[in-house]
Design a protein around this ligand. Structure first.
Ligand code: ADP
Ligand code: MG
Length: 668
């Protein structure tokens, strides 16, 4: 088979962790299937007792006598046959062997089972029914245990897979995550895994039990009449073909529904993530239409699956009935014509009795029922396998910022950060299939430890992209980034990032207490360090005024705080990290003048002994006293770099164009 085999193997590896439970559940399934075959084989004595006026005792005695007579006949024939007729002698000897086997079995039954069987026919019947009832109850108990066991195996397995999925997603780089998209991640970790759950459950319950049941019945049927049973088994490959045909189509259809489910997630996330804008602009119609389309796609895909499932069931059932008929039709012929051959082919050791045929029928029907059940879960399994592919696809995805095999040790940054001939291009293409243009083009820039460097430039000039290279959100396509002479790709990412504090324009806060949000910057921080950081970030004032102080839960994305307050908590978070490199990405841009003052005051103190990058599209004059140099980016290229005085001298137009508001220009 194709890649799907690999997925079965991988699921098995997960399931293997719970092998004790699995063994127990298989034992339960074995018991269930043994009882299943036994119940069905009770058809034999029932028919005997009801229709052939025999008690079992008489029947067995008669059988043994008859078989012994046959053996005697055969041995007489053997005597008469000349030694040279090897072929016929072998055949007769074979038949004798078969008969002696029966005699042996019957004698065993007479000695061990029959003493327990009543002589009276009605009593026998009652006993059989009692056994049937008892067996059904016991079987039911084992079904219960098996399903409980399988249920826990399934949940444990799925939890482990979901855990791995989450871990794998966290290991990915920002670009890959962006390409997959949060809604798709969500649908994989919920909907697709849920589909897998269903598949693994039926896998454990049905796929273990039903084939065992079918197997038990088949084995038993071979015992009753192996020739006829064999005839019926030869039809099985036909069933395989049917399953294969539907399987492929079901998998493809399942893939499509999962993708449309991801689109539904996307639609919900987008609409309600921007609820403010949606309501303000009354964009309901547009979103409803998008949702309707995603929903309709899902419906179309689901209907396709329903249709395939609905088709596969009756077809496979028909094929199953054909299998039974393959044995039953010749069987009926043998019974009704009282013969043991059809067209000269020996099909039974001797002419069959009705009871034998009835048993065979019951057993083959007992094989058919599991086949029917299997075909009804088939659709779920295929669906689950499609889910599996998507989930394992995520788990297998490799980050584009790999960890170095032998990382070098980074002592706290203390001399130089350099970008050397760095170029970068975002993955993917635009709508016309043309690769995106270079976002950074051959940038070389050295920043000494302790500098406060302003990276300025218009929208889309590549400022954020350049500084994203430093914490290795992505790696440059060409060139290197070095910290104190070490290529950052040779450092353990966690170690590299532990030296970097980041404050962005959109402050991301978690729905937790203020305390925990600050501590996020440094999980080892003590309460005192956190309070100090809040103090330094000038956030302590307003935090203390809150009724619950640091224990205030700030709502999703910090929704219960004002923009300026969120900014100060984000600053405190960066401060408590005590980074040697601080990056403020437009942190000073969309804030009111008071917040700008706050940031200025904070930086004045905090920037000492660190390297600070202030990314901004328009540098406020208030920061000029802090900034040691300015780097100007334009269309992904470094246009100029230098102190304010140097830039004024060599490239005044650049400053002017960027509306950098320097005191002299203002005076002029
Ligand atoms: P700045 O921060 O200076 O405003 P960016 O560094 O964010 O600019 O973007 C530089 C260029 O890269 C822009 O042309 C932008 O369209 C492109 N870009 C930014 N982020 C992505 C992304 N995730 N995928 C594709 N292109 C991007
Ligand atoms: Mg930016």
């Amino acid at each position: 088979m194709d890649g799907s085999m690999q997925n079965y193997v991988r699921i098995s590896l997960y399931v293997f962790r719970y092998r004790k439970l699995v063994t127990l559940s298989v034992v339960c399934a074995l018991v269930v299937s043994a009882f299943w075959a036994m119940n069905l084989s009770l058809a034999f004595p029932v028919v005997k007792v009801l229709f052939e006026n025999d008690s079992l005792h008489e029947f067995v005695d008669k059988e043994i006598a008859a078989r012994q007579a046959t053996i005697a006949e055969h041995s007489a024939t053997l005597q008469k046959l000349p030694e040279s007729d090897v072929k016929r002698r072998a055949r007769v000897q074979y038949l004798m062997g078969e008969q002696s086997g029966y005699v042996l079995m019957l004698t065993r039954i007479r000695n061990s089972v029959l003493p327990w069987v009543p002589q009276d026919r009605f009593d026998t019947m009652a006993a059989i029914l009692a056994i049937l009832l008892l067996a059904t109850v016991v079987k039911g108990m084992f079904i219960y245990f098996q399903e409980l066991l399988v249920g826990s195996i399934v949940q444990l397995t799925v939890n482990a897979i979901r855990q791995d999925c989450f871990r794998a997603a966290l290991r990915l780089d920002i670009q890959s995550l962006g390409n997959i998209g949060t809604p798709s991640l969500m649908s994989r970790m919920t909907n697709d895994i849920e589909q897998m759950t269903q598949a693994i459950r039926v896998f454990g319950v049905t796929l273990v039990r039903e084939p065992l049941k079918a197997g038990a019945c088949t084995i038993w049927a071979f015992f009753v009449n192996w020739r006829l049973a064999l005839l019926s088994v030869t039809m099985v490959p036909l069933l395989g073909l049917v399953f294969n045909f539907f399987g492929k189509r079901l998998r493809r259809a399942s893939h499509r529904t999962m993708e449309s489910m991801a689109r539904i997630y996307e639609c919900i996330a987008e609409t309600f993530g921007a609820a403010r804008i949606v309501i303000a602009f009354s964009g309901f119609r547009k979103h409803r239409r998008q949702f309707l389309k995603a929903n309709r796609d899902y419906y179309t895909g689901s209907m396709k699956i329903v249709m395939l499932g609905a088709l596969s069931r009756p077809i496979s059932e028909t094929m199953g009935v054909l299998c039974v008929f393959a044995a039953l039709a010749p069987g009926a012929y043998l019974v009704l014509r009282q013969t043991d051959t059809i067209l000269g082919i020996q099909l039974a050791a001797e002419p069959m009795s009705i009871a034998e045929l009835a048993t065979l029928y019951a057993l083959l029907a007992g094989t058919l029922d599991p086949v029917r059940k299997l075909s009804s879960v088939f659709e779920q399994i295929k669906r689950g396998m499609a889910g599996c592919e998507r989930v394992f696809g995520l788990i297998d995805q490799r980050t584009t910022v790999p960890e170095p095999p032998t990382p070098r040790v980074l002592i706290p940054h203390n001399s130089l950060i350099s970008f050397r001939n760095v170029s970068f291009r975002y993955e993917g293409t635009d709508t016309e299939g043309i690769p995106r243009p270079l976002a950074l083009r051959n940038i070389s820039l050295d920043i000494r430890f302790g500098e406060v460097i302003a990276v300025v430039g218009g929208n889309g000039s590549g400022k954020s992209t350049l500084l994203s290279l430093l914490p290795r959100f992505m790696d440059p396509a060409e060139g290197q980034v070095l910290i104190d002479g070490i290529d950052i790709r040779e450092l353990r990412t966690s170690e590299l990032r532990s030296q970097i504090g980041l404050v962005t324009q959109e402050t991301f806060l978690f729905n937790d207490t203020i305390y925990e949000n600050i501590r996020y910057g440094n999980p080892t921080a003590t309460a005192e360090m956190i309070h100090q950081a809040a103090e330094k970030a000038q956030a302590a004032g307003f935090i203390n005024q809150l009724p619950e102080g640091y224990q205030t839960v700030i709502g999703e994305k910090g929704g219960r705080l004002s923009g300026g307050q969120r900014q100060r908590i984000a600053l405190a978070r960066a401060i408590v990290r005590n980074p040697s490199i601080l990056i403020l990405d437009e942190a000073t841009s969309a804030v009111d003048s008071h917040s700008e003052d706050v940031i200025h005051t904070v930086l004045k103190d905090f920037a000492v002994g660190r390297t600070v990058f202030i990314i901004t599209h328009s540098l406020s004059s208030a920061f000029l006293d802090l900034v040691t140099r300015i780097a100007v980016l334009e269309h992904g290229q470094l246009r100029a770099v230098g102190t304010v005085a140097e830039l004024q001298q060599h490239a005044p137009s650049v400053l002017h164009m960027l509306q950098v508001d320097i005191p002299q220009t203002r005076a002029a």
